[in-house]
Design a protein around this ligand. Structure first.
Ligand SMILES: CC(C)(COP(=O)(O)OP(=O)(O)OC[C@H]1O[C@@H](n2cnc3c(N)ncnc32)[C@H](O)[C@@H]1OP(=O)(O)O)[C@@H](O)C(=O)NCCC(=O)NCCS
Length: 205
């Protein structure tokens, strides 16, 4: 029995490693797809970032370090390195053929089988449920394909639109991290939301 368990675990590890080699690509519905951000997307990604600079700057800390196409190319290269290292990945969200935003796993803690998700949308792509659906997809992938046990989403306390996403998906509010992030000229507190594999209701949640 013990031997069978070890064999099954070994098989699932091999399957997980094998899967990580394939480029992640998810068709969410006929208008919306997620796929790995690669070098050829850098120009479109920089344009989206630049058009949304002021709006994104309210909640994301990296806008002042991303001021040229070169910076976005560096981001894409780093993301691909992250993917090659089996440490998560960054996906573009395409809506009706246009790049609408980014979602990804910050990193994967394989020892504790946990990850956290980060995301942003261009302002004009808000209000359609795109990010809630993209998160649902990455949560399903984390639990079902990567065999993780815990997914976390952290949001600034006053970022109501971001907080609404884990709440909509049934995450538990687990606590508050004081002065968790430096945003250009001030600290913000973060709320931690968590979802465990045994709480997740599956693909149609
Ligand atoms: C956080 C952010 C991604 C939220 O965007 P969003 O559009 O509110 O989120 P969703 O794409 O999930 O859409 C939800 C909205 O679409 C509506 N909606 C329409 N169809 C929907 C559907 N099928 N499913 C869910 N929501 C739907 C919801 O009612 C909600 O609208 P409301 O806020 O008026 O109630 C966006 O505001 C953003 O990128 N902000 C700047 C960066 C940022 O804060 N990143 C997060 C850091 S932690």
């Amino acid at each position: 029995m013990e031997f069978l368990k070890i064999l099954l675990e070994l098989f699932s590890n091999i399957k997980r490693r094998f899967k990580s080699v394939g480029r992640p690509h998810f068709q969410i519905d006929e208008d919306t797809e997620l796929h790995l951000l690669e070098e050829q997307h850098a120009e479109e990604l920089f344009a989206l970032t630049d058009q949304n600079r002021q709006y994104l700057r309210e909640w994301l800390p990296w806008l002042d370090n991303n001021v040229s196409l070169d910076d976005t190319e560096d981001f894409v290269r780093d993301s691909l390195e992250q993917f090659r290292n089996n440490n998560g990945f960054q996906l573009g969200i395409w809506f009706q053929g246009s790049l609408a935003g980014v979602i990804g796993y910050h990193k994967i803690d394989w020892v504790n089988r946990a990850t956290s998700i980060g995301y942003w949308l261009g302002a004009s792509f808000q209000g359609k449920g795109l990010m809630t659906r993209a998160c649902r997809t990455l949560i399903n992938y984390a639990f079902n394909d990567l065999r993780l046990n815990r997914v976390e989403i952290r949001c600034a306390v006053k970022n109501g639109k971001s907080r609404a996403i884990p709440l909509r998906l049934g995450f538990k509010e687990e606590g508050l991290i004081r002065q968790s992030e430096w945003l250009y000229d001030h600290f913000v507190d973060h709320v931690v939301y968590g979802m465990l594999k045994n709480e997740w209701q599956g693909p149609d949640k």
